[in-house]
Design a protein around this ligand. Structure first.
Ligand code: NAD
Ligand code: IPM
Ligand code: MN
Length: 368
């Protein structure tokens, strides 16, 4: 049987730094677990712009469509801030998501016990937390037309359009209900049906899909602003949260602080199942290119490593190996190994990105 294929796109800023650690983990699974991948590497974001004058070439896009999974580091950075909109690094990532039709973005927020005191919230609020935010990723205000900056009389007007079709809402709702069935059986859908027609439709369609296909799942609805408040007040009331593209972006960054650091949050972006039964998929940390710490060996590679664990689970049917990797990260944290983002006290000494990688590899060895 041919090896499963992986396209690695490290991107910009800390992207290549955290991806280097993931590559060591991938090699470990090849050597120690016989899980070998056919790996290709390519450029995305500012790194692609520097070489090709575009944040994503058609060739890279085509390769992404062919492989079993894409792993992405992060894109963006101040160097590219003044580029025309269509050439910005972020457009490369948005094109991948849109053209691969990766409509369901799974953003788990799990608080590892060793980090419960590190969260900006009280231990009892976050300890044992394990929620899953399902963010719609290919539509909504990120992609709706009309969009642009136009002249209206003697001033400029900036326009973006929130637009959702019934089928776009229904398919991401199904992803959330399916996940809930394998978890604690609860979904909370968030929108702003009180002020947005797209929110009214969102609420109706989620309810219809629920009543027709998933009556066994417990469904609730919340306005997204109240949801943000509840997420920091008592996050353990939630299991699966399903929401639109923009609200999901905001709520998942907020959820990062429930886990201790943005450097801990992985994600999986999944499309519809292909002929082989697997979804098209892209795995990436929730964080960005962190220009403030790039090039200093300070980045926490855990979010990117845990994103590879999600790839093992969702693209390669290797749930037990995904568990092994997640337990290795948990063990290292329990042993007190900390990158700088996980340290509060002045004077405490953090490990570097590659030392965190070393520790996780050692924990993997110890798991055999
Ligand atoms: P960011 O996530 O890059 O950084 C926010 C803060 O979190 C910074 O202080 C950073 O140092 C810290 N941080 C993030 N990841 C970390 C890690 N792994 N370890 C330790 N600390 C970490 O967000 P930003 O500063 O708003 O954006 C910077 C650039 O990244 C922008 O160009 C933005 O568009 C882009 N971005 C890209 C992605 C992506 O590629 N998926 C996601 C978010 C932002
Ligand atoms: C994320 C990022 C992206 C988004 C940007 C970089 C396009 O913030 O993945 O959360 O807004 O979706
Ligand atoms: Mn974001």
């Amino acid at each position: 049987m041919s090896k499963p294929s992986l396209l690695i796109l490290p991107g910009d800023g800390i992207g290549p730094e955290v991806m280097a650690e993931v590559e060591r983990i991938i090699d470990w699974f090849g050597e120690k677990r016989g899980l070998e991948f056919d790996v290709t590497r390519d450029l995305v974001g500012g790194a692609a712009y520097d070489v090709h004058g575009t944040p994503l070439t058609d060739e890279t896009m085509a390769r992404a469509q062919e492989v079993d999974a894409v792993l992405l580091g992060a894109v963006g950075g101040p160097k590219y801030d003044s580029l025309p909109f269509e050439l910005k690094p972020e457009r490369g990532l948005l094109r991948l998501r849109k053209e691969m039709d990766l409509y369901a973005n799974l953003r788990p927020a799990q608080c590892f016990d060793a980090l419960a005191d590190f969260s900006s919230l009280k231990r009892e609020v976050v300890a044992g937390l394990d929620i899953m935010i399902v963010r719609e990723l290919t539509s909504g205000i990120y992609f709706g037309e009309p969009r642009g900056i136009f002249r209206e009389g003697n001033e400029r007007v900036g326009i973006n359009t929130q637009r959702y079709t019934e089928s776009e809402i229904a398919r991401v709702a199904r992803s959330a209900f399916e996940l809930a069935r394998r978890r604690s059986g609860k979904v909370c859908s968030m929108e702003k049906a009180n002020v947005m027609e797209s929110g009214v439709l969102w609420r109706e369609v989620v309810q219809e899909v629920h009543d027709a296909e998933y009556p066994d799942v417990e469904l609730s609805h919340m306005y997204a602003d109240a949801g943000a408040m509840q997420l920091v007040r008592w996050p353990k009331q939630f299991d699966v949260i399903v929401t639109d593209n923009l609200f999901g972006d905001l709520l998942s960054d907020a959820a990062a602080m429930l886990t201790g650091s943005l450097g801990m949050l992985p994600s999986a972006s999944l499309g519809a199942p292909m002929e082989n039964g697997r979804p098209k998929a892209l795995y990436e940390p929730v964080h960005g290119s962190a220009p403030d710490i790039a090039g200093q060996g300070k980045a926490n590679p855990c979010a990117c490593i845990l994103s590879f664990a999600m790839a093992l689970r969702y693209s390669f049917d290797q749930g037990a190996e995904a568990d092994r990797l997640e337990r290795a990260v948990e063990k290292v944290l329990a042993d007190g190994v900390r990158t700088a983002d996980l340290i509060q006290a002045e004077g405490a000494s953090p490990v570097s990105t590659s030392q965190m990688g070393d520790a996780i590899l050692a924990a993997l060895d110890a798991s055999l």
